[in-house]
Design a protein around this ligand. Structure first.
Ligand code: BV8
Ligand code: ZN
Length: 244
């Protein structure tokens, strides 16, 4: 039986990382050596950084949210939406490490943002989550911090280093029953996301990696397709369309 074949009986789990948004113009974490304004991202995207300097952390997320308005989905996002339409939402689970909304704008449904979303903020007191497109820091000199109606300080609805990613139970269940696991544009460095490939292999799923450069774990994939996701993914999905 050809394990690689994807058909209507397949259950596909896709994990995307910053590389799928790179051709849209969104910087990846490995770009400029993972630095933002000379800060290491691991030092800004943490609860400690937010406690220590909430204005700095809000500036970091306001700037990335603002950039979202200037970028658009690329052919890789559209190809994944096409694949989901072909297989149906029951047969394709899309998990992203990205906090941008490009999968949704590219047509994908029910996207699992395991590391949160740039366009959402959460109250640190009542935990209410609200959608926002606006800058959260006031642009006055004081850089007044945003607060909830309940008086609680608002934070980005983002999973920082040292925090538990979202939807892990759902993700584990989908990994436990998948027939195919496809990782796209991720360096496979950050856990627990980087461990999903191992879980998929252990249950016998057929695994495929798409990446510009061979990531550290590329030998673990049954198939590794090197190149830009915006070129490789549409080609691969179109070749599937003939089979499914
Ligand atoms: C947790 C939101 C515990 C923030 C993010 C030591 C060893 C092992 C693990 C750890 C350790 N010390 C600490 C840890 C745990 C830590 C971790 O893994 N650290 C790493 C740095 C070692 N993980 C955590 O802290 C996680 N939480 O462990 O909690 C816990 C347990 C119980 C109870 C409570 C807590 C939380 C991790 C989530 C952090 N938040 N994002 C924000 O966005 O601001 S992570 C962030 O970085 C991204 O979301 C993403 O996950 C990661 C970056 O990875 P990629 O997406 O892969 O991006 P990258 O730039 O690295 O790679 C891009 C790839 O694309 C490259 O390979 C490139 O070649 C390729 N590419 C480029 N262009 C293209 C392309 N490919 C195709 N086409 C192209 N055009
Ligand atoms: Zn509140």
């Amino acid at each position: 039986m050809d394990r690689s074949k994807i058909d209507q009986h397949s259950r596909v789990v896709v994990l995307t990382g910053a590389g799928i948004s790179a051709e849209s113009g969104v910087k990846t974490f490995r770009d400029n050596d993972g630095l933002w304004e000379n800060y290491r991202i691991e030092d800004v995207a943490t609860p400690e950084a937010f406690r220590r300097d909430p204005q700095l952390v809000w500036r970091f997320y306001d700037q990335r949210r603002k950039q979202l308005k200037t970028v658009a989905p690329n052919p890789a996002h559209h190809a994944l939406a096409q694949l989901q339409a072909m297989l149906g939402p029951e047969r394709l689970t899309l998990i992203t490490q990205n906090v941008d909304d490009l999968h949704e704008r590219g047509g994908s449904k029910a996207v699992i943002h395991m590391h949160g979303e740039l366009l959402k903020v959460r109250c640190t007191r009542c935990r209410t989550i609200t959608h926002t497109e606006a800058d959260m820091l006031s642009d006055d000199q004081a850089e007044t911090l945003p607060h909830c109606e309940c008086g609680g300080l608002l934070r980005p609805h983002i999973v920082w280093f040292g925090e538990m990613p979202f939807e892990m139970d759902f993700i584990q269940n989908k990994l436990a029953e998948c027939t195919h696991f496809i990782a796209i544009g991720t360096s496979g460095v950050v856990y627990p996301a980087a461990g999903f490939l191992q879980i998929a292999r252990q249950i016998g799923a057929y695994t495929i990696g798409f990446n510009l450069e061979p990531p550290e774990n590329h030998r673990l994939f049954d198939q590794f397709i090197q190149g830009k996701a915006g070129q490789q993914l549409p080609q691969w999905v179109n070749s599937l369309a003939l089979q499914v």
